[in-house]
Design a protein around this ligand. Structure first.
Ligand SMILES: [Zn+2]
Length: 155
């Protein structure tokens, strides 16, 4: 049987075609801009399920509350000098500066997260790269201390 999709069929998956998820060898899943955005532009309005559980791709809405099942924002890469920020009052992804088509979208994970699902070493290009990323209220792990020591930092 041949089924033709109607051109006007509602698209339940996505209405945002200006950003997209890609898989990069160096980053894994990440989000790229498919259009240029001006500083202050809203790149995505997101929704998802909000609950008490911290998950790998969840983001903290407020202490003890995490949003998961989002289409894009759970896959944003961390940057120590990010080009986006998350507005957890309006549930919007906002450009912190002008963003070019094809640019990798980043947020500072510590801007929203008290505790990360997993701390990790950062290789972002920022001059002020922190080297090891934690949530804003947690201590650097033992692994993080040795990574920072090897990178010539003293915390
Ligand atoms: Zn960094």
């Amino acid at each position: 049987m041949f089924i033709k999709l109607r051109d006007d069929a509602p698209d339940t998956a996505s209405t945002n075609t200006r950003i997209a998820i890609y898989e990069r060898d160096d980053l894994g899943l990440c989000v790229l801009a498919l259009a240029a955005f001006a500083e202050g532009a809203v790149l995505d309005s997101f929704s998802g399920e909000i609950g008490p559980h911290l998950q790998q791709h969840s983001l903290q809405v407020r202490p003890g509350m995490h949003i998961s099942g989002t289409q894009f924002i759970g896959f944003l890469s961390h940057g120590c000098d990010p080009n986006c920020r998350l507005d957890m009052e309006r549930f919007e992804l906002v450009a912190l500066r002008d963003i070019a088509e094809g640019e990798l979208l980043t947020v500072d994970y510590a801007a929203t997260e008290d505790v990360l699902y997993r701390q990790f070493e950062c290789h972002c290009p920022a001059l002020m790269c922190r080297g090891w990323i934690t949530g804003r209220t947690e201590d650097v792990s033992e692994e993080g201390k040795s990574v920072l020591a090897a990178r010539g930092r003293h915390n």
